[in-house]
Design a protein around this ligand. Sequence first.
Ligand SMILES: [Fe+2]
Length: 202
Amino acid sequence: MAMKHLSRTYAPHAGAVEGAPVATRRLRDLAGVFADSAAYQAACAAGDPVIYTVASVEPADGDGQIHYGLGTLMPGMIGDEYYCTRGHLHAWRPAAEVYIGLSGVGAMLLEDERSGESWLEPLGADRIVYVPGFTAHRTVNTGDVPLVYLGIYPAAAGHDYAAIAARNFRALVVARDGRPTLVQRAGDGTAAAGRAQEHHHV
Ligand SMILES: [Fe+2]
């Protein structure tokens, strides 16, 4: 049988896909992401842990092509905020994406760029999330084991990190009474205490 090497082995618990380069994001790479800057600086000084890795497979570029990545987001907290990815919009704004949860428990923080609306969608071992176009997306680990997922997206989507870097997401996910809770971000970047919305699905 002729082999074209389109099939790859992968090891979800090692965050690895055969032949795929792995990008590693440590806490220091996520400056400006977490609301509690004192807790952020302390955790950087205490060892700058790996927060997540992404093994990316980009077989071909151009219209109609697809890329995918295996993401592994570690469990942990900065202050009362759960570990999360940097998050992004797609450079080609209409491009949608599918996230397939493989293990762990968490959520995707979504933000509609046009309306500004923020909300959470559960992502975990038994969850698939469809991310529409024009929607900023950040992955959040609300459990105590790595959250592993596949993201599958148009090759032409591109990643726009600059928009998020400029103003961060409007909401963040914190533990309130031990439960993941979506809160709005205050003007100074911290979690706004008075506007918590309980979120019972994650
Ligand atoms: Fe994406």
